[in-house]
Design a protein around this ligand. Structure first.
Ligand SMILES: [Fe+2]
Length: 175
C-alpha cells in the first residue's frame, strides 16, 4: 500500500492493490458497459458515465460499496486509527474513458474522502493528477486510490487505444 502525505496539500492519499477483486472487476466492467452513458458529458468527467448512485440499482455496485467502506474504515490515518466516527458511501458511479476523453479539474467537496478504483486500464492510460501538488497516481488495473475530497484533480486526454474503466465514489461522515 502507498500511504503518502502530500505536504503542499496537507493531505493523506492511499493507494491499495486488491488481487482478491480480480474476478469481481469483470462483473463491474460488464455492469458499467451494460448501463452505458447516463450523463452525456455534462459533469466534469468528459467520458461515459453511469448514474451517480449505482448502489441503488445494481447488486454488483452494492457489493463493491461494502468492500470500499470496509477498506476505508481500516486505512491507517495520521493521528491514529482510533476515532468515534462512522462513515457511509454517499455516491458510487462507473466511467469508461476512451480516446479523447478526459476529466477537467474538479474536487468532490463537501464530501470527506473520495476514491477511484481502476476496473480495467491500458498500460499508458493517463494518471490521476492532483493539480496543486502535481502528485500523480498511475492508472493500474485493480488498484484503488483514496484521497481527501477537497483535492482538485484531473485526468488528461486519453490517446488512441487507451482505455480507462473506473468506479468512483464519495465517503461521508455520519456522526
Ligand atoms: Fe473526481
Amino acid at each position: 500500500m502507498i500511504n503518502d502525505w502530500i505536504e503542499s496539500d496537507n493531505a493523506q492519499v492511499f493507494v491499495i492493490e486488491s488481487p482478491e477483486l480480480n474476478q469481481f472487476n469483470h462483473k463491474l466492467k460488464e455492469e458499467i458497459l451494460r448501463v452505458g452513458d447516463c450523463q452525456f458529458r455534462r459533469s466534469n468527467v468528459k467520458a461515459q458515465m453511469t448514474n451517480w448512485n449505482m448502489f441503488e440499482e445494481s447488486d454488483v455496485f452494492v457489493e463493491f460499496s461494502f468492500w470500499a467502506l470496509k477498506v476505508f474504515e481500516n486505512l491507517p490515518f495520521i493521528g491514529g486509527s482510533y476515532h468515534p466516527l462512522k462513515f457511509t458511501i454517499s455516491n458510487l458511479w462507473g466511467m469508461i474513458y476512451r480516446e479523447g476523453d478526459h476529466a477537467i479539474g474538479h474536487c468532490h467537496m463537501p464530501y470527506f474522502y473520495s476514491f477511484v478504483h481502476y476496473v480495467e486500464c491500458t498500460e499508458n492510460a493517463p494518471p490521476l493528477l492532483f493539480t496543486k501538488s502535481q502528485y500523480e497516481v498511475q492508472c493500474k488495473t485493480g488498484s484503488t486510490v483514496f484521497f481527501p475530497s477537497h483535492l482538485t484533480h484531473s485526468v488528461s486526454e486519453l490517446k488512441k487505444d487507451d482505455l480507462r474503466i473506473a468506479v468512483s465514489g464519495n465517503v461521508s461522515c455520519i456522526n
